[in-house]
Design a protein around this ligand. Structure first.
Ligand code: ZN
Length: 143
């Protein structure tokens, strides 16, 4: 049974388009791939990761901040308390603003369990380097 409806956490609403065609052998009823797109239309971002495993993207054109991963938002996750410090995350060749791709994994729904788009179980992040190659930056099991 495929999960019905939205297949990314609520904080991504309005900021993603499907990238299933780029990951055809990995896209299925439990794994959904997206490219991050700003409301201004830009697809180039600077990405930051925190010591609490949060990941955010800043639009290179209009500076809108988009949360890509935040353990405080997912039912199965626990986020460490305290202040959060972010650092830039770049490809090996240090591309400045880059295209950003993400994958959210969902577990199989159990009997009588209601689907929750925030109930993710795994997160991947890729950034595109200067050669146009996708580099996997983050591979994190949520729970
Ligand atoms: Zn923008």
């Amino acid at each position: 049974m495929p999960n019905p409806g939205q297949h990314y956490p609520d904080h991504l609403r309005g900021f993603v388009v499907s990238a299933a065609d780029l990951f055809p052998s990995y896209e299925d009823n439990y794994h959904y791939h997206y490219q991050v797109v700003c409301r201004c239309g830009s697809r180039l971002f600077r990405v930051y990761v925190s010591d609490k495993e949060s990941v955010k993207a800043h639009c290179a054109a209009c500076n809108t901040e988009i949360m890509l991963y935040d353990l405080s938002k997912y039912p199965a996750a626990t986020k460490l308390e305290g202040p959060e410090e972010f650092q830039r995350l770049t490809t090996k060749d240090q591309r400045d603003a880059t295209k950003v791709f993400v994958m959210y994994e969902y577990s199989r729904l159990r009997e009588n369990m209601e689907y929750d788009p925030n109930d993710i179980t795994w997160f991947y992040l890729w950034l595109e380097d200067k050669q146009g190659v996708l580099e996997m930056m983050i591979d994190d099991e949520t729970a």
